[in-house]
Design a protein. Structure first.
Length: 606
């Protein structure tokens, strides 16, 4: 029972700590590293599985969001980002907690990370700077050497579908090959696979599926001497596994008779089977796929979002999974908890409902509806996802449960541009950004009104990042439809966002809009929220990170100033980190501001 001095229910949902999927080395499987916010911010923790002891190793001011472990299990590794601008360096510290940290790629410049590969003797990493993307390799802890560079995007294991545990796609089991994903003729959305000699930088082989078709690398075979790479292609629209040997050129596309996307995740120890995740209509299911026969065996776990999944050296499968009504837990393939959940907070809530409706072009869209207690019509919050190459799954969101606690119905639309529904659905917004996302989200609102769920006079639109961009664009291009808008770390002035963005974001923007934004000014202006500030007729809350290099603060302030000058009603909240905060109390401060805004502008109107 809650006590009188307990925080409100919605705050206790955010106070339920998260432990991410534990990452172990195949050569040191009894030592693992995970991230947790159980002490107030996300930090790296070492877990000795035999003794079942847990030790916090990092103490980063703004928290940590990338961590792994060395091949021999002697060190934990994380990315150190002092300001939250997502640039910094990879560092390592003894797994036992003794001594000082060391630079994992000594001599490599400070920059934006685009993947890390951990081998027996080698460490490889992609680091981006204002001149492009470079691959650095260190051998036996020695000085890092730049072995490869490209002005367009390079990355290690950067697909939108990668699950937690990211160090399987870089270096082969014998340290002889290094795979990077590279922009294909300048197109960073549809990438090719490039395999390098990690000691010399020589290009050993490339695999490309041609214009408009991308490839993603997932895992090298764990068997010594087996140089096969588990990857994924999208030549048939939906993602499917492929196995490629860059030393021989042999390639096998695996046929899987399942609807939706089939995402390769990992190899089983003998390399005779692979672990795949089946993503269909926003729910993940894991399977073992036998390579010789194509037989699928379902892995037991709750159907929701697989945040992480890997095969243990004994062949058992571990997953981190959450569902809409239950926060994440780490389970094995028998359903047993393998990593205890930290105490505190509220970890359960209301489930979502599948939602299928038509957009104005007659296409079918999918998403989720969550309903509060009481009788409709409800005040309704359209929660718009970021990315845009991302999607909402049947997964745990504390803010959705918070909105339900406040009495809102919540609608989550996987608009055109989302992943999870095939290449064509995702690519619909290439050279057509903004308007399709707005049209699909507003169509979702229309559908909820037609169903009697949404009160048309108390509809809110809100999102973070690209969701914030879509929110601002919808408020300006569809006046009269929303009672309020919440835009977290948004793009408000598309032209003003480009120059100071991180290199990977600039590369993505070039592919998305068809060139450098300055070369297509009319199109960018048409799709930029700042163009429509004089039409915004609803109060807007804007949140901005002072060190954000994805949606840089200057262009957010430009939008806010323009909206004020046009007579709009806008409130601003800024915080000292970057695109995301990994500090629990800061996250709570932001949501307190959101709750206060919604109560004043929407709920008290009812």
């Amino acid at each position: 029972m809650p006590r009188d001095n307990d925080p409100p229910l919605w705050e206790r949902r955010f106070l339920a700590p998260t432990r991410t999927f534990p990452v172990w080395s195949r050569r040191a499987p009894d030592r693992a590293v995970y991230l947790s916010d159980e002490e107030g911010s996300f930090q790296a923790y070492a877990w000795d599985l035999v003794a079942d002891t847990h030790r916090r190793l990092s103490d980063e001011t703004v928290g940590v969001d990338l961590a792994t472990i060395s091949t021999d299990g002697s060190e934990a590794i994380w990315f150190s980002d002092p300001t939250g601008d997502e640039s910094g360096r990879w560092i390592a510290r003894s797994f036992d907690g003794g001594g000082e940290w060391r630079d994992l790629l000594p001599g490599a410049p400070i920059g934006w990370p685009d993947g890390l590969a951990i081998g027996r003797r080698l460490v490889g990493g992609v680091i981006a700077d204002r001149d492009g993307f470079a691959v650095y390799v260190s051998e036996d802890g020695g000085p890092a050497k730049e072995i490869h560079r490209d002005v367009d995007a390079l990355s290690i294991a950067a697909t939108d579908f990668h699950l937690e545990g990211f160090d399987l796609a870089g270096l082969s089991a014998d340290d002889q090959l290094l795979c990077v994903e590279a922009a294909q003729d300048g197109d960073s959305i549809h990438r090719l696979l490039r395999v390098l000699d990690p000691r010399t930088g020589r290009v050993v082989a490339e695999l490309a599926d041609g214009e408009g078709f991308g490839l993603s690398a997932f895992a090298w075979s764990p068997v010594e001497g087996d140089q096969r790479l588990l990857a994924a292609h999208e030549r048939e629209d939906l993602m499917r596994p492929t196995i490629w040997d860059p030393t021989t050129g042999d390639r096998i596309d695996l046929e899987v008779d399942l609807p939706g996307e089939v995402i390769p995740v990992d190899w089983f120890p003998a390399a005779d089977a692979i672990l795949v995740a089946h993503l269909f209509r926003g729910r993940d299911t894991a399977y073992r796929l036998e390579l010789a026969t194509g037989t699928l065996t379902e892995i037991v776990h709750p159907r929701g979002e697989l945040h992480g999944a890997r095969v243990r050296p004994d062949g058992r499968v571990w997953v981190r999974v959450s569902t809409s009504d239950r926060a994440s837990r780490v389970l094995d393939d028998a359903g047993a908890h393998v990593l205890a959940e930290p105490e505190g907070g509220v970890r359960d809530g209301r489930p979502y409902r599948d939602w299928v409706f038509a957009n104005p072009e007659g296409g079918t869209l999918h998403g989720w509806i969550a309903l509060p207690d009481g009788e409709p019509p409800f005040p309704t919050y359209l929660k718009v996802h970021g990315g845009p190459s991302w999607l909402y799954l049947d997964t745990w969101w504390p803010d959705v449960q918070m909105l339900l606690d406040l009495g809102f119905a919540v609608g989550m639309v996987n608009y055109r541009g989302s992943t999870g529904y095939g290449r064509r659905h995702r690519d619909h917004i290439i050279r057509n950004v903004g308007f399709p996302e707005v049209a699909d989200t507003v169509a979702g609102l229309d559908d909820l009104i037609a169903r009697g769920i949404a009160d048309p006079d108390r509809a809110v639109i809100g999102g973070w990042s690209w969701g914030g961009y879509t929110t601002l664009l919808a408020l300006g291009t569809r006046p009269g439809r929303f009672a309020a808008g919440v835009a977290g770390v948004p793009v408000g002035d598309y032209m003003g966002s480009y120059d100071d963005s991180a290199p990977s974001l600039q590369a993505y923007d070039r592919s998305l809009v068809g060139g450098v934004v300055h070369d297509v000014p009319e199109f960018v202006a048409e799709r930029s929220p700042i163009t429509y500030v004089d039409r915004v007729d609803a109060p807007v809350l804007v949140l901005v990170g002072e060190n954000d290099t994805r949606c840089v603060p200057g262009q957010v302030y430009a939008y806010v100033d323009a909206l004020k000058a046009a007579g709009g009603e806008v409130e601003l909240y800024s915080y000292g980190e970057g695109h995301s905060s990994f500090i629990v109390e800061e996250e709570l401060r932001q949501w307190r501001v959101v709750v206060d805004f919604l109560e004043r502008t929407v709920l008290r109107r009812g």
